[in-house]
Design a binder for this molecule. Structure first.
Ligand SMILES: *[C@@H]1O[C@H](CO)[C@@H](O)[C@H](O)[C@H]1NC(C)=O
Ligand SMILES: *[C@@H]1O[C@H](CO)[C@@H](O)[C@H](O)[C@H]1NC(C)=O
Ligand SMILES: *[C@@H]1O[C@H](CO)[C@@H](O)[C@H](O)[C@H]1NC(C)=O
Length: 581
């Protein structure tokens, strides 16, 4: 008897050992999807403490940047929209309203050192979803979702820069930030999608005109490749955007798909349908695994180089592919099998952490990859919830039940401003004056020295003297910030920021190239290597181009100094897009 019990116990233990999967997701059962989503959402929110006393609403702790908190609030809006569970609504509203900044356009002073158009864009897209999904409106004395989205749009439209590359948004908003000389696809994609969605929601043609213009610019610069519908990372203004940074990240094509779907819904035109269908085909490069149907951040996953930002990109590709289905229902049959298979794979690998159900980054091999984070958790939650798309209400517009109040002129004096106002710290009071003066002098010295390191780029084709000319204008901006009350804390923040920005994992271009070569044998005819084909690259003396999602200051790692650029062939000019017009 006792030996039988013993054997049973051993058997059970063994079974438990095999049964290490926390989630048994049935993608066809809304109850199963909701139950898994509930746990994944709780685990996502466990990374956030901005709602706790003494903390700042809308900020994630280190190492997450400001923009990712805005993106995460978008995921929590999605969570409520797909599941109906309002557990996190208050936390979400609090964060979205705390970070609006003084002109209600997501340009809070504290973020002037990191905020690019893409960062602001992510917050803008989150409040746009709040308006479209009828997320509970804020009290009347608070900024409203639609008005916030419009203010983000207005400030960005004013930054459209025709001086270089015949248009486009620069990555950075403020002249003194590293990256002001780069026009990246995700900034354009956020602006494009926001414009398209505002056009659809409000019926105002001005937004649609901007979306058209952004699309045309992406095609003209070849950041969208009209042969294979790859969307590349960006281009620098020093070459008039003729040299592209060839990496493909999933959120770039995702953002363009989102905007194209909204434009298609609004115009019902064949032109937008063709563009959307082409991009959708191009996005299949991000599905790998034995059946090429499991979503993967291919540029970095297989070589283990994804940084903190990149851990979250699949969340946005998923979110935007899923929203696309509502605006372009014919795409459901194309994309649903991919989302469904990816959701099962994603849930299967969530076995990490103390609770044995935290999700890792890699979905395609059924193994937990020993990573956890906001990005991993967001992506797994979004792909799980995508199974509920047919059970969810359609996004509204102002004419079909939308209640969010707009402000077409929002953005205030942030419109056209490219110098920072300075951070949000308490102004120095009279009693502090002497000490403050001393500290400020010290701070200026510290900043000036620190900025020398930040702005002197050893790989720049400019000599140090030319660089220092630019540096002095940056330094004077820093002094202006200090004069605005930044004081010592600003200098400390500058120092901290530099080291934070260097924490990110760097892309190892050697392994990427090898990866690219092996991928070129892929069976999918559309999937040209995600990075670059070996014969389309050349080593160049042009300075190392930072990836726009890379930490600012990247790379300071000598082993990755060799530059890789696309040699653009002008023969590629015969674009499908032009033919179809
Ligand atoms: C800006 O930073 C200060 C100091 O940490 C903080 O008190 C304030 O709440 C922050 N404001 C925002 C909008 O994050
Ligand atoms: C930069 O490229 C645009 C087209 O994208 C062209 O119109 C413009 O003349 C170019 N500018 C320079 C200085 O080459
Ligand atoms: C339409 O949008 C434009 C651009 O933001 C704005 O200037 C204009 O006032 C809007 N028109 C209406 C009727 O809201």
């Amino acid at each position: 008897m006792s030996s039988l019990l013993g054997r049973l116990a051993v058997g059970l233990l063994l079974a438990a050992g095999q049964l290490t999967t926390a989630y048994d997701l049935d993608p066809d059962s809304p109850d199963s999807v909701k139950s898994v989503s509930k746990d994944m959402a709780a685990d996502l929110v466990s990374f956030y403490n901005g709602n706790q006393p003494g903390n700042t609403p809308g900020l994630l702790p280190d190492p997450y940047y400001w923009w990712e908190a805005g993106a995460m609030m978008g995921t929590l809006i999605d969570y409520w929209y797909y599941t109906g569970d309002d557990t996190y609504n208050d936390l979400t509203s609090q964060a979205l309203l705390f970070q609006v900044g003084e002109t209600n356009d997501y340009m809070p002073r504290n973020q002037t050192r990191t905020e690019g158009n893409d960062d602001q864009g992510f917050w803008g897209l989150s409040v746009m979803s709040a308006a479209e999904y009828k997320f509970p409106d804020p009290p009347a004395d608070q900024p409203q979702w639609l008005a916030l989205a419009q203010a983000v749009f207005n400030t960005q439209a004013a930054r459209w820069d025709t001086e270089h590359c015949n248009g486009g948004l620069r990555w950075q908003i403020f002249t003194w930030n590293n990256g002001y000389d780069y026009k990246n696809s995700i900034s354009q994609a956020c602006f494009f999608a926001l414009g398209a969605r505002l056009a659809l929601y409000t019926g105002n043609q001005s937004y649609a005109d901007w979306a058209d213009k952004t699309w045309d610019w992406m095609i003209a610069t070849k950041l969208i490749n009209t042969k294979n519908w790859a969307v590349y990372d960006g281009a620098g203004i020093e070459t008039n955007c003729t040299v592209l940074t060839p990496y493909q990240f999933s959120y770039n094509v995702g953002g363009m798909i989102l905007g194209a779907a909204a434009m298609y819904n609004m115009t019902e035109s064949q032109t937008w349908k063709t563009r959307l269908d082409n991009l959708l085909e191009g996005s299949k490069v991000f599905f790998t695994g034995p059946n090429n149907n499991i979503m993967s951040e291919v540029a970095c996953e297989s070589v283990n180089t994804c940084n903190v930002d990149e851990h979250s990109f699949k969340a946005y590709l998923t979110r935007w592919l899923t929203m696309m289905i509502k605006w372009a229902p014919h795409t459901y049959d194309v994309i649903h099998p991919y989302l469904r298979a990816s959701s099962v794979a994603a849930a299967k690998q969530c076995k990490g952490g103390a609770n044995k159900r935290m999700c890792g980054l890699i979905w395609y091999d059924g193994k937990y990859d020993n990573t956890t984070g906001v990005g991993q958790q967001m992506a797994a939650l979004e792909i799980t919830m995508s199974n509920l798309i047919l059970n969810s209400s359609s996004p509204v517009t102002a004419d079909t039940g939308g209640t969010s109040v707009g402000d077409p002129g929002g953005g205030g004096d942030d419109i056209g401003r490219n110098q920072p106002k300075g951070p949000d710290y308490k102004p120095i009071t009279g009693a502090d004056k002497f000490g403050a003066a001393v500290l400020t002098l010290l701070a200026i010295a510290t900043v000036v020295v620190a900025m020398g390191f930040i702005f002197l780029d050893e790989t720049s084709p400019q000599g140090p003297v030319a660089q220092f000319k630019g540096f002095w204008s940056s330094a004077s901006a820093a002094v202006a910030t200090l004069a605005a009350g930044g004081g010592f804390a600003a200098a400390a923040a500058a120092g901290r920021r530099r080291s934070e920005k260097e924490k990110g994992i760097r892309i190892n271009e050697k392994s990427i190239l090898n990866n690219g070569e092996s991928e070129s044998s892929s069976k999918n005819p559309f999937s040209e290597p995600v990075m670059v084909t070996p014969d389309s690259i050349r080593h160049s003396v042009v300075s190392q181009r930072r990836l726009s999602n890379m930490p600012i200051g990247w790379p300071h790692n000598p082993s990755v100094r060799n530059s890789v650029v696309v040699a653009e062939s002008s023969a590629a000019a015969s674009s499908e897009d032009q033919r179809q017009r």
